[in-house]
Write a protein that binds this ligand. Structure first.
Ligand SMILES: NC(=O)c1ccc[n+]([C@@H]2O[C@H](COP(=O)([O-])OP(=O)(O)OC[C@H]3O[C@@H](n4cnc5c(N)ncnc54)[C@H](OP(=O)(O)O)[C@@H]3O)[C@@H](O)[C@H]2O)c1
Length: 256
């Protein structure tokens, strides 16, 4: 922990959804926070809410993390931290060839490049300190290829694979690295992705507040990965048992 004896956490994508709820959980645990995203008003409103509720400091950094300069400015404005929550991310729903080229490359820049840049930077700092925690937000989509969400699922497979490897490399260093792998969660994600959750998806959806509590608990225990929601937990095991052709057909239908 930093010398102030008070934990400090950086949460990316804190202006809505899962990131906002993780910031709320960490704030309730007395962590000072740096919250970041592109929407300033949402971040400022969260900062006000959290400083009114808890005796913590909350710094707002407005940044577009799909740009390298945005990541560099965030690192410069944040300083040292004990906890990194690499949550900012988005997806697009649709056939790969019909989706916008620039948007999909932006997705790779945010979901993969910015996440790796931040984990590499703060991972090295934490290793020097001999303590720290990194929570990378992957997805249940990281366990399978996703027709109609090809790039998104591939980015989350990267996050899961990268996190598992980093968890192993840093095991004895005092730094823990955890992948959060949610299934459906009703957030701003669906609007950005251009998808509606049908009755089936909604019935299995886990509230963002619950996802955040589960995530922070697993991160504090130093677990390698965590899947919130009992309906989601068997998915990786089922994927290993069924043929890939069947898996692809099921996912394609779900994404339609
Ligand atoms: N919802 C689900 O069903 C689900 C399931 C599995 C995994 N996930 C993952 O959970 C994470 C959070 O998503 P969510 O569901 O909470 O969706 P959300 O409500 O849309 O939140 C996404 C967050 O990322 C930020 N963001 C997007 N583009 C950004 C950029 N270029 N630079 C900086 N910040 C950016 C957004 O803030 P601004 O728009 O203000 O920049 C927002 O705070 C994502 O990594 C997502 O892939 C979601």
């Amino acid at each position: 922990m930093l010398s102030s004896q008070k934990e400090k956490a950086l949460v990316t994508g804190a202006s809505s959804g899962i990131g906002r709820e993780i910031a709320r959980v960490l704030g309730s645990q007395g962590c000072d926070l740096v919250i970041t995203a592109r929407r300033k008003a949402e971040l400022e409103s969260l900062a006000k809410e959290l400083t009114n509720r808890h005796s913590i400091e909350v710094k707002v950094v407005v940044s577009d993390l799909s740009e390298q300069v945005g990541v560099e400015n965030l690192i410069r404005d944040t300083g040292e931290i004990d906890i990194l929550v690499n949550n900012a991310g988005f997806g697009f729903n649709g056939e790969h060839l019909s989706l916008n080229q620039e948007g999909q490359l932006n997705m790779i820049d945010l979901n993969i490049r910015a996440l790796t840049h931040l984990a590499r930077h703060y991972g090295a700092e934490m290793k020097k300190q001999g303590s720290g925690k990194i929570l990378n937000v992957a997805s249940i989509a990281g366990y399978q290829p996703g027709p109609k969400m090809a790039v998104y699922c591939a980015t989350k497979a990267y996050v899961l694979s990268y996190t598992r490897a980093l968890h192993s490399e840093l095991k004895k260093s005092g730094v823990s690295v955890t992948a959060l792998c949610p299934g459906f969660v009703e957030t701003g994600f669906q609007e950005v992705a251009g998808m509606d959750l049908g009755a089936l998806e909604l019935s299995g959806a886990v509230p963002a507040e619950k996802v955040a509590k589960t995530a922070v608990k697993a991160m504090r225990k130093g677990r390698r990965e965590v899947i919130p929601g009992w309906l989601n937990k068997p998915i990786p095991y089922a994927n290993r048992l069924i043929p890939i052709s069947l898996n692809l057909a099921v996912v394609k239908r779900l994404m339609s």
